[in-house]
Design a protein around this ligand. Sequence first.
Ligand code: NAG
Ligand code: NAG
Ligand code: NAG
Ligand code: NAG
Ligand code: NAG
Ligand code: NAG
Ligand code: NAG
Length: 475
Amino acid sequence: MSPSLLLLVLLLAATAAASTDDSSVSVMPGCQRSCGGVGIPYPFGIGDEACFRQGFEIRCMNNGSAGGGEIPVLARTNQTIPVLSLSVAPLPEARVLLPVAWQCFNSTGGRTGFYPGNVNFNEAGVYRISNIYNELYVIGCNTLIYVKGVKNQGGASRFNYKFYSGCVSVTNDTDDPQDGACAGLGCCHVDIPPGLTDTTMSMFGDGYWSHADQEFCPCDYAFIVEKGSYNFSASDLTTHVPSNQTTPQRVDWSMPLRLDWAIRDSDSGSISCAQADSKPGYACRSSHSECVDSTNGPGYFCNCTKGYEGNPYVDGGGGGCTDVNECEHPELNSCPSGSECIDTEGSYKCRCKLGRRGKDCRPIFPAPAAAILATLVASSCLALLLWFIYKDRKRRIKIACFDKNGGIILKEAAAIVIFTEVQLKKITNNYSTRIGKGAFGTVFLGTIDDKQRVAVKRSNDEDNKGEVEVQFSKG
Ligand SMILES: *[C@@H]1O[C@H](CO)[C@@H](O)[C@H](O)[C@H]1NC(C)=O
Ligand SMILES: *[C@@H]1O[C@H](CO)[C@@H](O)[C@H](O)[C@H]1NC(C)=O
Ligand SMILES: *[C@@H]1O[C@H](CO)[C@@H](O)[C@H](O)[C@H]1NC(C)=O
Ligand SMILES: *[C@@H]1O[C@H](CO)[C@@H](O)[C@H](O)[C@H]1NC(C)=O
Ligand SMILES: *[C@@H]1O[C@H](CO)[C@@H](O)[C@H](O)[C@H]1NC(C)=O
Ligand SMILES: *[C@@H]1O[C@H](CO)[C@@H](O)[C@H](O)[C@H]1NC(C)=O
Ligand SMILES: CC(=O)N[C@H]1CO[C@H](CO)[C@@H](O)[C@@H]1O
């Protein structure tokens, strides 16, 4: 196994560790879900023609020696391009690994070897090098390198290619290049145009860009790389010198880059959403999916509609676009704090909690008013409770007195009249005429029906005030 391949396998193994669960990868029935830990979602597929859409074939390569590890590579390219990850939505992306282009020189400036880093994605194919997510880096000490892509077919064109982009890096002092600073001293970087497919690096090595007397910096490098994944280090100028400078030979250095892809079935004529929709072979098969026109090259891709996520290229059983539970993701729902989030098919709603209402679920009463109201309600409840206890106690005392005075027996004896406390008060004219006092009670004069005079004895005991005795006088 070559060193570069070993590095590649290690890189892939790292990716594999990050994505082991492939049950969520949507594939055609009976097709392989992953290779070397990389999920292979439809329209990508491995093996049988029914497993992938035309142009999306992936090969699962067994590169034997180191434990028989497998790596996925793009199929039907005339070079081995390892795949790091594939994603179908919301954006169509494929991350791949490409070797770095290089050239090296001897002390008199003679070129001893080079590798132009050609990439050959068919222009009619599904892949484009993403201009949004990648950029071109050039590393060297007296060099101009540019990437050019997509040959101009016939016609009287000014240049041979449709796209060119590059930059110049110059330094004549080993102390100039600084780690992390890629701004012309030993390193430069530049955006690339959209639509790049077949690319090659144009590297200059003589005349004005002579590399004579430049042993401190024997090689130049150029690569397109995913933005943010390369950080220039001054040591990169000297640590990637190939041991065998036979042309073309890869150095032990690869870079990840992002490819855009799109459905471009040019043979069926369906290349934009307007043309593709409702034609046989329309790729957006899931209900709750929609068509989006490609922004990098012709064609279209599919996306799940708002409120859904998943693989829009398959329908039903195998995956498709499924409802997003917005309530589980605070960033996806705008339910105010005083509300409860309820997931619905394709959306969600917010229900105000008790005591709140309106669009932003404000409390019905402002806080101070609510506090006062709560206090009022609580204190009136307490007052009511105390009143009930008082009433109940009074009633119990009355019943106890009634029983103690033989009330029940008296009540049953039909001829006996029982007077209420109010009646007694009236009979004695509010206990106004005291006619005697004993050890146990005071005797008052009373009159019944304005003619019958009676004596009413009332207990002295404070607790037994209610205990009275009525004696009818003889007269
Ligand atoms: C790959 O194919 C293209 C076009 O068919 C050709 O120009 C190129 O030289 C090939 N590259 C390799 C490395 O064979
Ligand atoms: C450098 O390379 C050139 C061309 O390959 C060759 O003619 C020359 O002799 C080499 N010089 C040395 C010092 O090796
Ligand atoms: C680069 O530095 C060397 C040694 O210091 C010097 O001889 C040479 O002229 C310099 N070249 C340029 C282009 O400045
Ligand atoms: C790049 O490297 C420099 C120097 O080592 C470091 O200060 C900087 O944080 C690095 N930047 C990133 C994005 O890794
Ligand atoms: C360099 O590599 C080439 C091709 O891989 C091979 O034919 C040649 O023998 C190698 N030379 C040395 C010195 O290893
Ligand atoms: C895909 O759909 C999501 C959800 O509706 C949306 O946020 C995103 O912008 C869409 N992406 C494209 C490229 O249309
Ligand atoms: C068995 C197998 O597929 N071996 C491949 C390992 O990788 C090298 C370089 O990419 C290929 O040339 C071999 O065919």
